[in-house]
Design a protein around this ligand. Structure first.
Ligand code: SF4
Length: 352
């Protein structure tokens, strides 16, 4: 896979480059395993620039494992709201509870023990043990996989588990024992700053001399990109039901997506259905019969391969309101903003 020259030169050049080009991160100089666990979990599907302000707020509120483990899930979700992929937050919360119970509140510095925690995969476990504990484990994010694929002129689809396993093994062969955390971060930073997805800056790259894709003039073709699923346009409707200056909000109990977050009753508009008919279906979920409505606001957002237009219709309730319960709350506008909300719902609230 690697030539002996690559095995020697890649870590050396990469670490040298990293000394002068590392992106500043809050854990530099003080890498606490718990902080790394939170950071790596947030970074699983979100970019660094987006994560940093959330990370700071989250760690201010939950500075230790035990603070996080003892918080209630709704509060954890509230501090996560806006980052998306909320399963990560629920798993992190459960992982903190398990660490408190099984590891006396100390994040274990072993990849195998970490990997048994909810939501902790190879990347997260590798980041914690290499950066916070100095152990030689790869921590490969999408940037790192891309660089490795280019260095090796790897022809496979890097999203496949089988490809990732091969590239992970390749990484182990060049991972320096004396600086595994710096090496892993250097790969991520090089991918973010130099070996970017669309226009790699090979002429200023410290690894250009060792890079097979560059030598073959294929840096823009590799790694191969599987065809993308076409975006589908859909419309959703939610009903803003008002009663005595309060709004009815419901907690999502279903599926993984947004479970535990709050929103106005919401449905997807079916083919041939009007917005009002869809709104009535949404109102039916809470046992309300619509008696007139007016358009209130519209927001657009992406969700997986969907481009969603969310229409909010406002209605005033004159009949007996449905009672509050575990999944139904009547809230003022201020209270609504303090609930954990999916980002499109938060944008909608700001418009109302
Ligand atoms: S030479 Fe180009 S393609 Fe190769 S690692 Fe550097 S930036 Fe990426």
């Amino acid at each position: 896979m690697w030539t002996p020259e690559q095995i020697e030169a890649i870590p050396q050049r990469l670490l040298e480059w990293y000394k002068g080009n590392a992106r500043p991160m809050p854990w530099h100089g003080n890498a606490d395993p718990y902080h790394l666990l939170v950071a790596a979990t947030m970074l699983q599907q979100t970019q660094v620039e987006t994560v940093l302000p959330y990370l700071q707020r989250f760690l201010q509120r939950f500075p230790t494992i035990s603070d996080l483990a003892q918080a209630d899930e709704e509060e954890v979700l509230r501090y996560w709201a806006g980052l998306g992929y909320y399963t990560r937050a629920r798993n992190l919360h459960r992982a903190a509870q398990q660490i408190l119970r099984r590891h006396n509140g100390s994040v274990p510095c072993r990849a195998d023990a970490l990997s048994r925690l909810p939501g902790v995969g190879e990347y997260t476990a590798g980041a914690v043990v290499s950066i916070a504990c100095g152990k030689p484990e790869p921590a490969l994010d999408s940037n790192s996989y891309r660089i490795l694929a280019r260095l090796l002129a790897f022809e496979g689809d890097i999203l496949l588990t089988s490809s990732r396993r091969l590239l992970g093994e390749a990484c182990r062969q060049i991972l320096p024992e004396h600086a595994p955390g710096e090496f892993n971060q250097a790969l991520m930073d090089l991918g973010a700053l130099v070996c970017t997805a669309r226009a790699p800056r090979c002429l200023i790259c410290p690894l250009a001399g060792e890079c097979r894709a560059f030598q073959q003039g294929r840096q823009n073709e590799l790694p191969v990109r599987p065809p993308r699923r076409a975006t589908e346009k859909v419309h959703d409707v939610c009903v803003v039901i008002e009663h005595r200056h309060r709004w009815l909000m419901v907690k999502r109990m279903d599926g993984q997506l947004w479970r535990g977050l709050w929103e106005f009753p919401r449905v997807r508009v079916m083919e041939g259905e009007t917005l009002e008919q869809a709104a009535q279906r949404a109102a039916n979920m809470v046992g309300v019969q619509l008696d007139g409505w007016e358009p209130a606001a519209t927001v657009r957002h992406g969700l997986m391969h969907y481009s969603v237009t969310l229409h909010a219709l406002r209605t005033r309730l004159h009949e007996q309101p449905p009672p509050a319960g575990e999944a139904i709350r009547w809230v003022t506008a201020q209270e609504a903003k303090r609930l954990p909300l999916p980002s499109p719902m938060r944008r909608l609230l700001n418009k109302l």
